[in-house]
Write a protein that binds this ligand. Structure first.
Ligand code: HEM
Length: 228
């Protein structure tokens, strides 16, 4: 009885913590985009949804390596599953909004032109849905916790890289235009000198790649230095 109570407390605090982190990231992107663009509507919310999902996915990937080094972070580790699920929900909302609610911004012809980054995004979401499906208890029992953890960790990394390509392939022409000073003030852009919000998503994602790569090399070095 006592044990059941403890589990449900941990679970609900996991969700409230995850909502708090997601809320902060969502608010920061919203404020920044409002400051840059000068308005806030579904088009902006859609950018915020995709950006928050990408950043949350990144946070779930670095929580493990950071917790192993900084003991204070260990208490945040139980949030990881909830953060991952929130990232998945936000990404699904981003896709639904892009496809159904912004036909003027993104008509079929836009998808035909941008088929490659969209294919990367679609592959990422399919892998994420697969991981969520495999996380049902009956599948974990059937696979065994070891194999399930391997699927989960490789699936998460591959999906993250696919999101990275979704972002970079779609956005780099716009980044170059901004860098070359070709982006001017308009009714849709109050402050063109502010960097595009997607560049901050890029920076966050690159940081995740750097931390994971550094962690991998460190682990290899430690393994090599251990007596066989
Ligand atoms: C079939 C799958 C997907 C579709 C149809 C899709 C659609 C779009 C569209 C239309 C844009 C352009 C938004 C704009 O320029 O305002 C975009 C950008 C973006 N997408 Fe996706 N997306 C998909 C998957 C994903 C996933 C899985 C993620 C992340 C978890 C994601 C994150 C982003 C980000 C960060 C941007 C840049 C936002 C910005 O411009 O600031 N997308 N996506």
């Amino acid at each position: 009885m006592a044990r059941r109570k403890k589990t449900s407390v941990t679970h609900s605090s996991g969700w409230s913590g995850a909502f708090m982190v997601a809320g902060v990231v969502f608010a920061l992107f919203s404020l920044y985009l409002f400051a840059r663009r000068g308005y806030y509507n579904v088009y902006i919310i859609n950018k915020v949804l995709g950006s928050t999902a990408a950043v949350l996915a990144g946070i779930t990937l670095i929580m493990g390596p950071i917790a192993r080094r900084t003991k204070d972070m260990i208490s945040f580790l139980p949030l990881r599953k909830e953060l991952g699920l929130l990232a998945l929900w936000l990404a699904l909302l981003h896709i639904i909004t892009s496809v159904l609610f912004l036909p003027n911004k993104f008509p079929l012809s836009w998808y035909q032109k941008e088929w490659l980054p969209i294919a990367f995004g679609a592959a990422a979401i399919l892998i994420w849905l697969g991981i969520a499906w495999l996380s049902h208890e009956k599948h974990i029992v059937r696979l065994g916790p070891r194999l399930w953890r391997q699927y989960q960790s490789w699936g998460g990394r591959i999906a993250f890289l696919l999101i990275f390509f979704h972002l970079v392939v779609m956005k780099w022409p716009g980044w170059l235009r901004w860098w070359n000073g070709q982006v001017k003030t308009s009714s849709e852009l109050t402050n063109p000198n502010y960097p595009p919000a997607s560049l901050f998503v890029l920076a966050a994602m690159l940081l995740v790649v750097v931390i994971r790569t550094y962690n991998r090399f460190r682990k290899r070095k430690i393994n090599r230095s251990l007596p066989s």
